[in-house]
Design a protein around this ligand. Structure first.
Ligand code: NAD
Length: 348
């Protein structure tokens, strides 16, 4: 009883990760492709043995309502298109798996959540690290108190960008990305800080360092650093940057030990180390396919077998925090107090 997924947007992530993963998933399978480029869709349809009738474009997309082979729509488009296609998918009666960040504005994010509720369908944000054994192990070690009392979570997320790469070009456009490196990669650091501490920040600060003469940064900031205060007394501190080598690392520093994950949020090859005490240890964690695991999990969510670990509300919380950080950036780094009343519903 595998669940049918329609993948919308055949860019770098879909072609490089998601479609290959769908060849191995047990709980989910590729049921349809949605693309603006017919030749590209045809090539992938042939590879999966799908009929031409399983190929949609952005105009005839709403016809998926009459296609019972599709239960889930996976939205892998530039961020500014997430809200529109999420709402259209719910109107078609489908469940939605939407890439991060869930949208460009808070209003859009709220509209997406409301549309899911109105349609009585599931909305899951594709936070793949929630389904990655390395990060799940990190959460479990934190809950066991392995590091003692948490003091500081440090997260460093970034990569190098080029305007000539079409996947980077929209990321460097405020209207399409909603916020440069922070929205694209900083979001992993903010999300990780929250899931490692299992609490929500009450105050944030941010400041930016951007070379405004660099043509890449006409509309978005390059480097944004942030600090978040948590009720327990812990501090979250991190950075996101679009002019550094690919980095997705976090470390959790406690009164007794540190947990170090570097890389911590790559597609694969992540590792976690417990540093301090009598000797350092590296818990052995199985390597899995993030995207396959995430799609299998969502297939189980729609079949009512497991909880929705990263629902729209989880995505909205990060959106609100990033919004507050950018507000602080605009105010020269002054503290912004926040209280959104959100609590994560599920902890592994
Ligand atoms: P991409 O630019 O490579 O792909 C986007 C696709 O959308 C392309 O096929 C493009 O043709 C299509 N598209 C349709 N209308 C467009 C328009 N008006 N302008 C530009 N492109 C348009 O981007 P990507 O790297 O595949 O990212 C897609 C989404 O996935 C983004 O939301 C991104 O944040 C997210 N993402 C998530 C991860 C992850 O690890 N979870 C990794 C990479 C990207």
């Amino acid at each position: 009883d595998s669940v049918g997924i329609a993948v919308v947007g055949l860019g770098k992530l879909s072609q490089g990760q998601i479609l290959p993963a769908l060849k191995r998933t047990k709980g989910a399978h590729l049921a349809a492709l949605v693309s603006g480029v017919p030749e590209k869709a045809k090539k992938w349809a042939d590879e999966f043995g799908l009929a031409d009738s399983a190929i949609y474009n952005y105009h005839n997309f709403d016809a998926i309502a009459r296609d019972p082979t599709i239960q889930i729509v996976y939205i892998v488009l530039p961020n500014s298109m997430h809200a529109e296609f999420t709402v259209r998918s719910f109107k078609a009666g489908k469940h939605v798996l939407c890439e991060k960040p869930m949208s460009v504005t808070l209003t859009e994010a709220e509209r997406m959540i409301a549309a899911g509720k109105a349609a009585n369908r599931q909305l899951m944000i594709a936070y793949r690290c929630h389904y990655d054994p390395v990060n799940v192990t990190g959460m479990q070690l934190m809950r066991k108190g392995v590091i003692g009392t948490p003091r500081l979570i440090n997260a460093v997320m970034g990569k190098q960008t080029t305007l000539s790469d079409s996947s980077d070009a929209w990321r460097l456009d405020m209207a399409m990305s909603g916020g440069g490196a922070l929205a694209d990669m900083g979001i992993y650091g903010i999300n990780a800080t929250r899931y490692l501490l299992a609490e929500e920040p009450t105050e944030v600060r941010g400041w930016a360092r951007t070379d405004k003469s660099d043509p890449r940064f006409k509309t978005v900031e390059d480097m944004v650093v942030w600090q978040m205060k948590f009720p327990s007394g812990a501090i979250g501190d991190g950075s996101s940057c679009f002019s550094q080598p690919g980095t997705m690392a976090w470390q959790a520093i406690g009164t007794e030990r540190r947990l170090v994950a570097d890389p911590g949020c790559f597609y694969g090859g992540n590792a976690i180390k417990i540093v301090g005490g009598s000797n350092d240890t590296q818990p052995q964690v199985a390597e899995i396919d993030h995207f396959g695991n995430e799609m299998n999990w969502f297939a189980d969510v729609v079949r009512g077998r497991v909880p929705n670990v990263s629902p729209g509300e989880e995505g909205l919380q990060d959106m609100r925090i990033m919004h507050a950080i950018l507000q602080s950036v605009d105010n020269g780094g002054s503290a912004v107090k926040i209280a959104f009343g959100y609590k994560r519903a599920y902890d592994p």
